[in-house]
Design a protein around this ligand. Sequence first.
Ligand code: RAT
Ligand code: ZN
Length: 414
Amino acid sequence: MIQAHELPAVVTRVLAAQPIVDMHTHLYPPSFGSSGPDGLMLWGLDELVTYHYLVAEVFRAVPAPKFPYAQFWAMTKSEQADHIWKQLFVDRTPLSEACRGVVTTLSKLGLDPGVKSLTSHRQWFRERDPNEYVDRVMELANVESITMTNAVFDDNERARWLAGIAPDPRFRGVLRFDPLILDWPTAGKKLAAWGYDVESELTDKTIAEVKRFLNEWCDRVQAIYCAISLPPEFRASEILEKVVLPVCEERNIPFAMMIGSRRGVNPELRDAADTGGLASVEAVTSLCQRFPNNRFFVTMLARENQHELAVAARKFGNLMPFGCWWFLNNPSLIDEITRMRIELLGTSMIPQHSDARVLDQLIYKWDHSRTAIGRVLTEKYADLLAAGWRLTEAEIERDAAQFLKGNFLEFLRG
Ligand code: RAT
Ligand code: ZN
């Protein structure tokens, strides 16, 4: 039985020891290309330092037009990294969450985060073998499985799948097809060019052909679920209801909706251009109610949507809230959201995913999240002890396993 004063140490130890199944990342194995401008596997120092969160932050430190966007994008990746390093890590204190993440990652890799120049670290990364490095990072982050985001409308990725990719047991596939739902006219033209007999109207034949497309690609990427990122205004659509949800139901896989991203508010920032907005939880509950044979993973980008989403999950067993996404992936917000979710849902939610784009980020994203989740759990267990519960370490282990792995895998199985 655990005493209150032992809680911080036990919770920290148990969370650290629990391997993670990361349910949403943008990571790829080396077989998708680990170098050059087209390689999909992003890893190493320059990618870490030019993460789009840090691109946004360097333009706060040295704003355009004083430092023109075009000048930044004309630089090589290493030059961009040097610029960001100087502005955010040398001339300023790297206090933001994304900056601290680089510091944590370098420290855990045994590299001095206090250097003025990146040259020697760059050399260290150059000497890594990408394939072995995946193992090293997964071991350091204690991540047992990485879930990819396989964007079928991305020409580079699509070509690689069509050329044939040997499966990598460390990575699992997820089919992502945002344009199909957000921009059917363009997506439909692409499908037609790829040999599917589709028309602009959603006729029975077109529905059958789009289903064939989704099924073929789910098979190809061995999709464990399908996914989309949606704007705040999102409402159900014909193609979602007549094509996507039936395919997910037939395949018995969940559909993940990441709701609230507003794309390209400042296009000059490229990958860092997007912002978030308040969305409608009703759009979610309506789907959960009308499609009881479908299962929905849902994360929302607006802090203001979190409470309503957690309440909705109390009403629908086919709704699984997950993660503190993107601008919510900050300790103060993880603390608030995780606390509220535990109070409303107990252990029946997935507190976090990494959304890592650069392999090395797994190290910090999970280190920081484990700490934030651990603080909340410690307090919740203390409250439970005060209420008269006798808590064992095995119970804490069971909770950690559900939060970091089991709830995701169970919801996949249905
Ligand atoms: O978190 C991010 O890196 C965003 O740029 C998006 O990729 C978002 O996570 C998404 O999956 O759409
Ligand atoms: Zn993402």
